[in-house]
Structure formats: C-alpha cells, structure tokens
Design a binder for this molecule. Structure first.
Ligand SMILES: Cc1ncc(COP(=O)(O)O)c(C=O)c1O
Ligand SMILES: N[C@@H](CCCC[NH3+])C(=O)O
Length: 443
C-alpha cells in the first residue's frame, strides 16, 4: 500500500493520518468523512513557492480553488503565500469570508455574470482572466461605471491540448474557453483589451489540461505563448508584464501514475520562459501558475464504513460503502482509478478482489472496480486514498444524500472544517406551498 504524506500504520494496525488514528476520527465525526493531511497540503504549496524562488523570476502561484474550496483551505493558501483562482461568486465569497486578500484573487470563467463581475469589482480583486469578446466589453463597461481600471489577462488557446500521457498540437480551437490564437481572435482580443480605457492588460493566460505527467506540453505552450507575445510586440508595440501558464500538474492516484516532482515542472516552465523571451530580447515576464489537484489531491482521504456485500459467484463480489458517487463522482464521470485500504486492519494482507460500490440508486455508482482488499467485512472502515481534489468540490446531494464532514488533521490534532449536512439542510431550501401542507408532515 502506498502511503501519502504523513499517513502511517500504528501498532494496532490502524491507518493514521497527521498523527490521528482514523478509527478514532470515524468515532468522533462519523463516516463518510473527508480527511485532509494539512502538513502535506502545506508541503505541496511550499514546493511550488521554493521552486519558483529558485528560478529567480517574479511569480505568483495561484491555488485553483475549484479543486477544493472551503474557507480553511483558503486560509492555508493565504498563509503559504499563494494567490487564489476563483470561477464563481461562490468560490469568491468563500475566499473573502476566509479573509483571503482580494488583491491576490484571480477571477476565471467563460460566462461570468454581470452580478459576479460587480461583486469582484466591489471586492477589488487582483485580476480578471477574460475569456471572450463579450466579457471584454461587459467588464470594461462595468468597471467604467464604477470609475475603476482593472487588471486583466486574456485567456488564449495556443493550440496545445495536453492529456495525461500525450499532447497534440491541434484541436484546441474547439474549446469553449478563451481566445483562439490560430484564427487571429487572440490578437484581436489583445488589441481590443489594450484599447479599452478601463482595462489594464497584464498579459495572457494559457491552460493546456489537467493531470499531466510530462513537461513537454508546458514547454510547447510556453513557446507558443512567447511567439504570440512577440507578434503582439512587433505589431502593436505592446509588451506583457505577466504570463500565466495555468495548472494541470499531475499526481499519483494509483500504481503506474508517474507524476514529476513539482520542482521539475516549475523548472521546465521557467526555463522555457527564460529561453523563449530571453532569445528575443523581451523583458522576462512575471510567471503565474494555477495548480489545483497537485496542491490538495494526495492530501485527501475519504473514510467510509462498509455495509452490505453481494457475491455473484464466478462474476464478482460487491461491497457497498455509506457514500459513493455523491462524494466522489470522478470514477463515474471519468473512470478515474483509486486505491483503498481497510483502515482498521491496514497491516492485513490484501487478498480478496472486490468491487467497491456506493449507496446511490445508480448502477454506475462504483468507486473502485476490482480492488484488492484484506477480506472486507461489514463494519470495517474503508479508506479511499488521494481524494483531496475534485471530490468535495464536485459532491452532490443526489438521492438526497448528505454531504460528509471535512476534517483537517495535523500533529495528532483534528479540526472540523466542514460539518456534515443535516437532514434539515437537505430540505432547507424547499418550500411547501400552503395548499400542499399536510397535518401529518414531520415538523
Ligand atoms: C483555467 C484553469 N486553471 C487551473 C486549473 C487547475 O488544474 P489542476 O487542478 O489540474 O492543477 C484548471 C482545471 O483544469 C483550469 O481550468
Ligand atoms: N474535475 C476534473 C478536472 C477539471 C479541472 C477543471 N478545468 C477532475 O476531477 O479531474
């Protein structure tokens, strides 16, 4: 079994994270439970900051809060000196409520509503990453109404589309995001942004994909963005003080995943920027990146209680847990793979192959297909590893299942940072019109 961060197995054979015995956490907080290894989150954040410092370039590491947005996580990002990406009023509100400094917040999104833009203007956030011509005009108008001039980056699609194990240099035109370089839209966008009186154009942004294991895609993106910057300099006499190369740095979910150390990604990016801009005598821009998954992904573990099982001889054995696609939709959405361990018998030999199903009324609600575990029994605790990114943030109330609690653990101490939804939360926004009320309704 692969142990991430501070995870270990204690003398009783129990999984511990951040010095906390997870069987005790289950007793205290119930299951399902998201557990976050705070030291590992901080370590990942520091790896980025240290690697950028080593490059000698000016930089911002903006945590992409879509991966996991709760106030406690925003507070940690702030303490570690990160900036923050948000893509909705909800993520912005979470950050502001946590006291995150607005000037380090960047607002993304391909369809920011006027209300969201106004909220961000009022908060005086650091930068808008503008996605399209409609937004350029809208943002310029709304900023003008308030007598403001706001920082913008233009999101461009440089013609690099990276996947986990490959990247291709075409196809990116067909994306809902950003200004396309190939067709000239990006150039026209830059010219327009530069001319609009209430926008301060800082530069361009490019994001090539997620869960990427190689540096090549980032290097190609850096070089394409640099070529574009040179064209803009030559044609419009505009230079960019900032280049944002997005997120997408991969992590290890299961055996066979081969992410690179954070420092390797950062060095490849910063070297590519230095080389491409340096060779053209272009003032080396400040580099921004937006890691999400690689900050929080491997720091998360979801703890479940095993309930029922169903053996279909010669076919497969299912075990069912008290959560599923509502707290982790990734296997159902992307066929994502996870590893797991019986947390209360973590030392026992894993020798039985089972399929871990959730409790939703949905055949596709399977968390792990063919998972080898130590003879799972009803009442055992199952820890699914590496669930820190895009799990809580993508959780739903399908089947009116309540979203679990989230605890942060560190140095033998646990802090509840999100409480489990209550049944009253589940009906909290429902309104039963008077004409439908029954005397028998539960009060
Ligand atoms: C624009 C942008 N920035 C940053 C991220 C974060 O990506 P990741 O979590 O893979 O680092 C994403 C998500 O893919 C994104 O779309
Ligand atoms: N939600 C996706 C990543 C999308 C990132 C946002 N652009 C995942 O779980 O892998």
């Amino acid at each position: 079994m692969y142990l991430h961060g501070t995870s270990a197995i204690n003398g009783q054979g129990h999984l511990t994270i951040g010095g906390c015995d997870v069987t005790e956490l289950a007793k205290q907080y119930g299951t399902p439970l998201y557990i976050v290894d705070e030291a590992l989150v901080r370590q990942r954040a520091r790896e980025y900051v240290e690697a950028f410092k080593a490059s000698g370039l000016k930089f911002q590491v903006a945590y992409a809060s879509k991966a996991f947005s709760v106030m406690a996580m925003c507070a940690i990002a702030e303490q570690e000196g990160l900036s923050l990406d948000v893509v909705s009023d909800g993520e912005l509100y979470t950050a502001l409520k946590a006291g995150f400094p607005a000037h380090r917040i960047h607002f993304h999104g391909n369809n920011k509503t006027p209300d969201e833009i106004l909220m961000a203007l009022d908060a005086e956030i650091g930068c808008f990453v503008v996605d399209n011509f409609d937004e350029l005009a809208l943002l310029n108008a709304l900023a003008g109404d308030k007598g403001m001039k706001v920082n913008v980056l233009l999101r461009v699609t440089p013609g690099v589309e990276a996947h986990t194990h490959e990247y291709i240099s075409t196809g990116q035109q067909d994306s809902k995001f950003g200004f396309d370089v190939e067709s000239g839209a990006a150039f026209r966008g830059v010219r327009e942004a530069h001319e609009l009186p209430n926008l301060e154009l800082l530069g361009v942004h490019s994001h090539i994909g997620s869960q990427i294991f190689e540096v090549d895609g980032f290097e190609v993106a850096a070089s394409k963005v640099a070529q574009f910057a040179l064209l803009v300099r030559d044609e419009l006499s505009v230079t960019f003080p900032v280049i944002n190369l997005g997120g997408g740095f991969g992590i290890r979910y299961v055996e066979g995943d081969t992410p690179l150390p954070v420092a390797t990604y950062v060095k490849a990016i910063t070297d590519a920027i230095k080389d491409n801009f340096g060779a053209a005598n272009y003032p080396i821009p400040e580099i921004w990146v937006e890691p999400g998954r690689s900050i929080v992904g491997d720091a998360g573990t979801t703890l479940y209680t095993i309930g029922t099982s169903k053996d279909i001889p010669g076919v497969r054995k299912y075990i069912a847990v008290d959560g599923g696609m509502t707290d982790n939709p990734r296997p159902a959405l992307y066929e994502s793979k996870y590893e797991a361990v019986i947390a209360n018998r973590a030392d026992d030999a894993a020798e039985e192959t089972v399929t871990v199903a959730g409790k939703c009324c949905e055949s596709g609600d399977k968390l792990i297909i063919d998972c080898v575990l130590a003879k799972p029994q009803t009442g055992d605790l199952l820890a699914v590893l590496c669930t820190g990114a895009y799990n809580y943030s993508m959780a739903s109330n399908y089947n009116r299942i309540r979203r679990p609690s989230v605890v942060f653990v560190k140095d033998g101490h646990s802090d509840l940072v999100v409480k489990r939804e209550s049944l009253d939360d589940i009906v909290g926004n429902d309104i039963l019109p008077a004409r439908m009320k029954k005397a028998s309704a539960v009060q």
